[in-house]
Design a protein around this ligand. Structure first.
Ligand SMILES: NC(=O)c1ccc[n+]([C@@H]2O[C@H](COP(=O)([O-])OP(=O)(O)OC[C@H]3O[C@@H](n4cnc5c(N)ncnc54)[C@H](O)[C@@H]3O)[C@@H](O)[C@H]2O)c1
Ligand SMILES: [Fe+2]
Length: 381
């Protein structure tokens, strides 16, 4: 089967990239923007960095901010109605994965109203039309939702987060400006950065990985490992590196999928509202240990990309351990916890069933049973 690569039509990278929004909006002849951003970003004047540019260029817009972290079906449905009422013809998504994913779901339903229940979009949805044009402006350096064909929505009633995979949701333009990320506090920088590392490592080891996506993932692992500690200290180099590294990871994993660290993170997000990056970071080294015998020489390259010296002289066991240790060390250095107190023994069967049914599970290099998931969740209790 042929391999497919989908990316943005255009992306801008580097400090000051947000100024290109005005140029692009004018070049596309857009009339009015539906600016999708979450309440905290509005409060902390992150959204206004972009709306100031719209104001200066006399570009019309309306702000929509009924978005919570781990966005829900209700957030999306309310957003669809607000978009219809706004008279907008494009979306500017400003925020982390939550704002960008909500924007994608709104844009998809506006163009494909037969999916207005939202739940029917789970998995590979057979939508017919591209979503409303989206200009995506990430403010976290983690999800890479600005360059992925995925979005993740929470079904509160069923206590599930579900992944939607749909090439029709790809933002036409990504604006990856590290200055939009510099206001992130330490903990958020660390957790979203570990999400990006999880994308790169799971994308590199997933069943569908191939040469081109390996190239993206290895480069992303290298840049993220070099940059995350600095980003947490808010250095310019660290922020720039993370903005780029997370995007490159997205160029890869969006096209080949992920693995069970994400299946388990989605479950933890749905049941305990655990921030996505924290959940990924806790699961990543545990899943790497579980997967190791199904990864050939790949952990040698992960260890090398993470800066481990002497990997060519190491035995298989040594380089696999070195890769896992390097991930654990980075996670510890940036202050990520390794245990989640909220999990109770009685929760395990539901958690395991839910993770096993997640869209990312089939891509994992090693097939995991429900019993395996129980044991893996137990390791963070
Ligand atoms: N679409 C994809 O491919 C994809 C990939 C991975 C994760 N996700 C999803 O993305 C969501 C997580 O997104 P996220 O980790 O980017 O966080 P988020 O969007 O949920 O934001 C978390 C919090 O950080 C705040 N924040 C964001 N940027 C900030 C900044 N610059 N300064 C200060 N505060 C800021 C927000 O206001 C919010 O309160 C989850 O729902 C996850 O499942 C999607
Ligand atoms: Fe993720």
């Amino acid at each position: 089967m042929a391999n497919r690569i989908m990316l943005n039509e255009t992306s801008y990278h580097g400090s000051g990239a947000i100024n290109e929004i005005a140029t692009e909006a004018k070049a596309h002849g857009f009339k009015k923007a539906f600016v999708c951003s979450d309440p905290d970003l509005i409060k902390f004047n992150v959204t206004s960095k972009v709306t100031d540019i719209l104001d200066k260029n006399e570009l019309a817009y309306e702000i929509y901010s009924d978005i919570k972290a781990n966005p829900t079906i209700e957030n999306v449905q309310h957003g669809v109605q607000s978009f219809k009422d706004s008279g907008a013809d494009y979306i500017i998504a400003i925020g982390g994965g939550s704002s960008m994913d909500t924007s994608k779901a709104i844009g998809i339903i506006i163009a494909n109203p037969e999916f207005e229940d939202v739940r029917s979009l789970e998995g590979v949805a057979p939508t017919k039309k591209p979503c409303v044009p989206i200009i995506a402006v990430p403010t976290t350096a983690g999800t890479a939702a600005e360059v992925t064909i995925n979005y993740v929505i929470t079904d509160i009633e069923r206590k599930r987060k579900f992944v939607c995979v749909d090439p029709h949701d790809m933002p036409i333009i990504a604006i990856v400006d590290p200055d939009m990320m510099s206001s992130m506090p330490k903990g958020l920088t660390a957790s979203t950065g570990m999400d990006a590392l999880t994308h790169a490592i799971e994308g590199y080891t997933t069943k569908a990985a191939w040469e081109m996506t390996d190239m993206f993932h290895l480069k992303a692992i290298e840049i993220i490992s070099k940059s995350l500690r600095g980003a947490v200290e808010n250095t310019k180099e660290g922020r720039e590196g993370m903005a780029l590294g997370q995007y490159i990871a997205g160029m890869g994993f969006s096209n080949v999928g992920l693995g069970i660290a994400h299946s388990m993170a989605h479950t933890l997000g749905a049941v305990y509202d655990t921030p996505h990056g924290v959940a990924c970071a806790m699961m990543l080294p545990i899943v790497m240990e579980y997967n190791q015998e199904c990864t050939g020489e790949k952990y040698r390259e992960i260890a090398r990309a993470m800066g481990v010296k002497g990997v060519d002289e190491m035995s298989v066991d040594e380089y696999r351990k070195a890769a896992i240790d390097a991930v654990k060390q980075l996670s510890t250095d940036v202050g990520i916890p390794s245990k989640l107190d909220a999990i109770k023994e009685d929760d395990l069967p539901f958690l395991a069933e839910s993770a096993a049914a997640d869209a990312c599970a089939p891509g994992n290099p090693k097939d995991a049973s429900v019993d395996d998931f129980i044991e893996l969740f137990r390791k963070i209790m």
